[in-house]
Ligand binder design. Structure first.
Ligand code: ADP
Length: 158
């Protein structure tokens, strides 16, 4: 069974993330989405537990997906789960530089390969950071996030 791990901050999970999970779920037997702490990103809006719950609600229609939330090394988690692949989404060339370095480090540490899935053009502008900023100033992001996230967003920043 081919298990793939899709790690990220997902603060919050948005339609671009969802599309990557949907497409990956057709390529692998099982996808584990892991909401993780990113040490480069301080002060998350949603706690890890909140993010896990919200992602669970957002992907309930996809049968071969499991959600976890952890603060550990991605490769440690991948090994624990028996995942042979790490999935990352790519929005633009600017994402690639950092992602390539991470993929090479993860392969050096564990031998696990990263598979990049390019975003659909309609989602390429979506970024959690931007959504948080827009929502904080009263902008409507309802069409850019799954339903449960829109509700949680409204109560968090509203
Ligand atoms: P991280 O802190 O790990 O970068 P993010 O939550 O920002 O976490 O992103 C998680 C993954 O989703 C990353 O691989 C990122 O490139 C990808 N991603 C983010 N936004 C999009 C998008 N609009 N379309 C496709 N993939 C995306």
């Amino acid at each position: 069974m081919k298990v793939a791990l899709f790690p990220g901050s997902f603060d919050p999970f948005h339609n671009g993330h969802l599309e990557i999970v949907e497409r990956a779920s057709r390529l692998f037997d099982k996808i584990v989405v892991a909401a993780m702490r990113n040490p480069q990103k301080a002060g998350p809006l949603f706690s890890l537990e909140e993010r896990q719950k919200l992602i669970e609600m957002s992907v309930a229609h996809i049968p071969n997906v499991e959600i976890v939330s952890l603060s550990t090394l991605v490769v440690t988690l991948a090994n624990e789960l028996g995942a042979s692949v790490i999935i990352r989404g790519l929005r633009a060339v600017s994402d690639f530089e950092n992602e390539l370095q991470m993929a090479q480090m993860n392969r050096e540490l564990s031998g696990i390969d990263t598979v990049f899935i390019p975003t659909s053009a309609e989602f390429s502008f979506l970024a959690s950071r931007l959504l948080r900023e827009v929502a904080a100033y009263g902008g409507d992001v309802t069409s850019m996030v799954p339903g449960p996230i829109a509700v949680a967003f409204a109560s968090k920043v509203g």
